[in-house]
Design a protein around this ligand. Structure first.
Ligand SMILES: *Cc1c(COP(=O)(O)O)cnc(C)c1O
Length: 492
């Protein structure tokens, strides 16, 4: 504490603010998921005291906050009082977004967690893992390793294998069969900094017994980091099951409109780690915000924070709708002769269906008049393999007319990609084989269209593989204006 009594005055006043926010958090912890998603920590008090009564959270594009005097500046910049000092570190718009997400990821459990927003999902993974991988000052030459499922998003695969392993010499130990607990156990040792998993995985729908993996990791004093992008907190909340850190590509289902790139790290307070300092363990997300992220600068823009926040308000209903649509699409694909395999955890025939059903529930379905009981939902990502190999898969893919061809997922609009030539191209044939991503696999993320129209598009596209219907030639589409032939619009 400062010897300057002027600074102390501000610190004392800030205690009141912090107590009020703590009380707001406690109160929201008693509210249902949808209420947390709609309001977060933006209370009437916050609105009336500091935002002109606006019912919607403010978008403060300002880079920095002004201080009343040097004492307040000193208190703020030494982090003794809550502050928006500089938007690379903190900002009111980011604050409301971060706390809403922390509420959603901890929903249903009496755990304390906090959240730091980042510029993208990849920067969230970088931030979440980097501090755990720091060189041990007491033993700088000690080997460092981490253990991860090999079925991860392509960008994650590259970050771990190319950047961490090849460039930085940190041992990345892939778990090939994530349901083999002996494999996890055998890869963890005293130099393991963290265990990383993604479930359900993108695109392969891998899934593992998360609670068992957490128990194994914790028995070695190793923290567990989970990418919860595909499930979202509407279906699964790993922190409430004992995981230490969750990362989100907020870009995806959380911001289904596709209006921006964003990410977040949500971490439980007092997490497990043999290597982390006490300060890191106490409140990891706030540690990242105040120190490493301040210094590395992977902050989220306030505009994107509020766009994402706005989308998250309806998360539960959207994930329910998307999941129901996807279930029907998966069942359709399973019955189609042109499809050799469908990867969707919601299908009873999927080998991991039973395991996934123990984890993936629509949050609050038991409190919903429509359901009145816990119902399983499996999200809106699926994959399917087209019979006859790569060429057939490309033909079907090229014939899609309603479903967009794009490397994206989580959208309100249905989107498909061929992972081997896009999201997972960089990891090479060997990496794809390890992660079970064949060249004839199409990844499909089903959106909010009427499901009959999505199925009709898939049906005609799969028929087109054998030329049952004519594939539209590009001249039928306009690339410049309203619908019509490009030939009729020279120069566009
Ligand atoms: C897209 C994605 C990421 C990376 O997120 P960006 O926001 O694109 O940086 C990480 N994990 C999963 C599962 C993803 O789908």
């Amino acid at each position: 504490m400062s010897a300057n009594s002027g600074v102390d005055r501000y610190v004392a006043a800030a205690r009141e603010t912090m107590a009020r926010r703590q009380a707001d958090w406690k109160q929201m912890k008693r509210a249902r998921f949808d209420t947390c998603a709609v309001h977060g920590l933006y209370t009437m008090g916050e609105a009336l005291n500091s935002n002109q009564g606006s019912i919607i959270e403010p978008i403060y594009m300002s880079t920095s906050q002004a201080y009343r005097d040097s004492d307040e500046m000193e208190a703020a910049l030494s982090y003794q009082i809550p502050t928006w000092c500089y938007s690379r570190i903190a900002n009111p718009s980011m604050y409301y977004f971060e706390n809403t997400l922390a509420l959603l990821e901890t929903y249903g459990a009496e755990i304390e967690a906090s959240c730091v927003a980042t510029s993208s999902g990849m920067s969230a993974i970088l931030a979440a893992t980097d501090s755990f991988l720091a060189v041990d000052p007491g033993d700088p030459a000690a080997p460092r390793n981490f253990v991860s499922t090999c079925q991860v998003y392509g960008g994650t695969f590259q970050q771990f294998s190319a950047r961490r392993a090849q460039e930085q010499g940190i041992d990345c130990r892939w778990v090939i069969d994530s349901n083999n607990m002996d494999e996890w156990e055998s890869k963890i040792d005293r130099n393991t900094r963290f265990v990383y998993g993604e479930l359900p995985s993108n695109p392969g729908q891998a899934f593992f017994d998360l609670k068992k993996v957490i128990d194994i990791a914790h028995s070695h004093g190793v923290p567990v980091i989970i990418d919860n992008t595909v499930g979202t907190p509407a279906l699964m909340r790993p922190l409430t099951l004992g995981a230490d850190v969750v990362i989100q590509s907020v870009t995806k289902t959380l911001t289904s409109s596709g209006m921006g790139i964003a990410g977040a790290v949500i971490a439980r307070k007092n997490l497990v780690s043999n290597f982390a300092s006490d300060e890191m363990k106490a409140d990891y997300a706030m540690y990242l915000k105040a120190l490493p992220n301040r210094d590395f600068g992977q902050n989220l823009s306030p505009m994107n924070a509020i766009l994402s926040l706005s989308e998250m308000r309806t998360l539960r209903s959207k994930v329910d709708l998307f999941s129901r649509n996807t279930q029907q699409v998966a069942e359709f694909l399973q019955g189609n002769a042109m499809v050799s395999e469908v990867g969707y955890l919601g299908l009873e025939s999927h080998p991991l269906h039973e395991l996934a059903s123990r984890y993936l529930y629509l949050v609050d379905s038991e409190h919903d008049a429509q359901y009145g009981q816990k119902v399983n939902r499996y999200g809106h990502l699926l994959s399917f393999n087209v019979s006859g190999g790569v060429d057939n898969a490309r033909r079907a893919f090229d014939a899609l007319q309603r479903i967009w061809r794009a490397t994206d997922l989580g959208r309100i609009k249905s989107v498909a990609t061929i992972p081997a030539i896009s999201t997972h191209s960089q990891q090479g044939e060997e990496g794809r084989q390890m992660a079970a991503i064949p060249g004839n696999m199409i990844r499909l993320c089903v959106g909010g269209e009427h499901v009959d129209d999505v199925i009709a598009d898939l049906e005609q596209a799969l028929d087109a593989v054998h030329g049952k219907v004519s594939v539209p030639v590009p001249s039928e589409f306009s690339y410049g204006g309203a619908s019509g032939s490009t030939l009729a619009q020279p120069g566009e």
